[in-house]
Ligand binder design. Sequence first.
Ligand code: PMP
Length: 401
Amino acid sequence: MGGAPIFIERASGAYVFDADQNRLIDYVGSYGPAILGHAHPTIAGALAEQARLGFSFGAPTALEVELAEMIGAAIPLAEKVRLVSSGTEAGMTALRIARAATGRPGFIKFDGCYHGHSDALLVRAGSGALTLGVPDSAGVPEALAALTQVAPWDALAVVERYFSADEKRVAAIIVETVAANMGVVPASADFIRELGAIAHRHGALLICDEVITGFRLHYGAAYDLVGATPDLMMLGKIIGGGMPIGAVAGPAALMDLLAPTGPVYQAGTLSGNPLSVRAGLETLKILAQPGQYERLEESGARLERGLRKALAETGVRGCVNRAGSLLTLFLGVERVSNAEEARKADTAAFTRYFREMIARGIYIPPSQFEAMFISLAHTEDDIDLTIAAAREALAELKQTR
Ligand code: PMP
């Protein structure tokens, strides 16, 4: 976005405060975990209490079992849960299980989806890789990248073609249940479900990456909302309440391949640490209360309506994609349904829009290719102020074109 990066000093509820003491309404939300808003008193209190009991033991705790059971109660697929320290590790581990289970080396991912920064997954990757124009990272050996086949988002026929060309090469299809790393791009209704059917017809697994969508769109996994049947799933972000976490979850038959029960090695010094687990547990308890996701949906719908109106009133070309409390305003394009269309967005205009929004006290993700994350701390007033700022920012853009 140019200019000096914004250094955040503290955050509370829907707001972040930068080092110059500006208060900004925050839609980055730590890129997903802060669904309750920042420094929620219950979570902060629980963390302080937990910290007095020790930070990390290298031995089991009842807390991690409790978190795994809470996840399992909300997500039937999660018969067993392995806690790791990041979404990246969840992706690495899920792939390793899939390779061990099928005896096949490769997998299929989608252009613009991001599954963390492990070598084989940094091929046509979204998120920062897309923003910085390095979808295929340097430092990834050709031999590893070659194991990854990339299909356009929503393109079932391409996936079928990969399987018919060489079925025995594909261990798994890995997919974001709602794409949120090329900006928000929901799939067409049957896409995720059909991916499961195709994978299973060809003896491969479906891995749903729910690092963003898990407990974001309802109290559970988003694959449930589209009737898909993945074999493994990845979680992260919200289940750690803002502390480092990731998880792989699935049926015992697959999860028992993991060491020490099975031959697939995985470990982590800080994995399942009591601070992350406690923050996650307390977060899920609050999210389980009635009405939370209805409120998130209302806030998302209010912001979507307001931004669409602001586009119409200012005559700026753009469109809004949304899934619940995840939203992206794309500039310069009228529709975005895959990464190719997302790449056509006017990133120069977005940079200007970002700066105009910051000047008006609104902190949105500094990239055209990320989601805005709405939290339970955002009030109607916060959303209305955001819409008013957006209208002004867009009018400014129109004027100085
Ligand atoms: N998968 C998805 C869908 C993500 O959005 C991210 C991070 N934004 C990851 C995986 C990687 O998670 P982490 O940054 O915790 O390694």
